[in-house]
Design a protein around this ligand. Structure first.
Ligand code: GLA
Length: 382
């Protein structure tokens, strides 16, 4: 049984037990990102894809103005009134509350409903479990209360605004966009300013994409994530630009004396990363995965030394990958823990994973978790 089928049957079963039969089922996805990290809120380009790990929710309107939720993963319930100002205390329920509020803010309708949901995106691994939750409910509530009239771009923005206004993470649009727009077998090159996107079939013959999770948890709210964004905005402001998207290294060097060393290095990373995304797209068109991998390592260097969102455990995993001859490896997602994304030649996959497990356990006292992912569809009705 696939994991989604498993999620589907346990979600439905629990819904029937708690609220009686008759729910509609929805699914959405977490995401990976091949390259283009911390470029989304700089109005740059990213190259994510939805994965075959996500959230499944059973949802049914209940004719009241109360929302009743059950999270199978937490084994607990939460309830809130749609007119409430502050929302529920449980963090996981705040995501759903935020989605409801953001739909209403945009003129959409949301009535009371009952829902049970479960997921298989590990939380805090950098795979966007929160975007999966947001997009699943945004999609479901659009379908159930708005006849699918909210366009998909807006569904992604609803998730992003939920992060900004109810969770406190000033994130970009990448995660929610990938979670809503994901397409099986394709990465998407997304222009985070215009939201224009191009699907890139991704089937690297002879290579596997594997995630190695350090199991070091990161918490983006109240974390240096928002400070990174603030640094970028300060530098863009100093350059007289709306964002770092158009900034060049020459312009950055010219204002260097006016910047803190930290802000300078943050911007240097972002400008370099913009060029690397373009480089990876060109390499993918040529089927040149060795160049893709080289750029992934460069991204890691930038994220570790200039952007400073890595940590010893993740640097260690990238070093192990390099030692094992892995084609490309880097920290993925917001940073401060989570996992590395690795592009590995098939013949090296098992030796790499065995070595990573053994060396990591030797150093940190526990094994990393390994996830092989498939690029899959985003939010949808089941
Ligand atoms: C988190 C954010 C995204 C993006 C990445 C870093 O996942 O939610 O918007 O900024 O970090 O690329």
């Amino acid at each position: 049984m696939t994991s989604e089928m498993d999620l589907k049957s346990k979600t439905q079963e629990k819904f029937n037990e708690l609220y009686g039969p008759g729910a509609s089922l929805y699914a959405s996805a977490g995401r990976i990102n091949l390259i283009g990290e911390h470029t989304d809120y700089n109005e740059g380009f990213v190259l994510p894809g939805a994965i075959d790990r996500g959230i499944v929710a059973a949802v049914r309107p209940n004719g009241t103005d109360t929302v009743r939720l059950y999270s199978l993963d937490f084994g607990s319930t939460a309830e809130f009134g749609l007119e409430e100002k502050d929302g529920p205390r449980e963090q996981w329920a705040r995501y759903v509350f935020g989605v409801c509020r953001e739909i209403v803010k945009r003129g959409g309708r949301v009535g009371g409903f009952d829902a049970v949901f479960a997921g298989d995106v590990p939380a805090g691994a950098g795979l966007s479990s929160s975007a999966a939750l947001e997009s699943c409910f945004a999609f479901a509530l659009d379908d159930l209360f708005n006849d699918g009239r909210i366009d998909r771009f807006e569904l992604a923005r609803i998730g992003q605004s939920t992060e900004h206004n109810y969770i406190g993470v000033n994130c970009g649009i990448m995660d929610q966009f990938a979670s809503v727009f994901g397409r099986r077998g394709c990465l998407m090159r997304l222009d985070c300013r215009s939201l224009e996107h191009e699907y890139f079939p991704f089937d690297p013959q002879g290579y596997t994409l594997v995630l190695v999770d350090s199991v070091v948890k990161h918490e983006l709210s109240g974390s240096p994530y928002n400070e990174r964004r603030a640094s970028c905005e300060r530098v863009a402001g100093r350059l007289g630009l709306p964002s770092l998207r158009e900034a060049t290294m020459e312009q950055l060097e010219a204002v260097r004396p006016d910047l803190s060393d930290e802000d300078y290095r943050r911007a240097r990373y972002v400008i370099g990363e913009r060029d690397r995304v373009i480089g990876v797209c060109d390499a993918l068109r040529r089927g040149d995965y060795e160049s893709v991998g080289r750029l992934m390592y460069e991204t890691h260097e930038g994220l570790s030394h200039d952007y400073e969102v890595s940590c010893p455990e993740l640097d260690f995993l990238v070093d192990v990958a390099r030692d094992c001859g892995v084609t490309g490896s880097r920290i993925m997602g917001g940073g401060f823990g989570g996992c590395t994304v690795n592009l590995v030649r098939d013949s090296l996959l098992h030796p790499f994973l065995d070595t990573a497990r053994a060396r990591f356990a030797d150093r940190y006292g526990h094994e990393p978790r390994i996830y092989e992912v498939n690029i899959s569809d985003g939010a949808r009705k089941l």
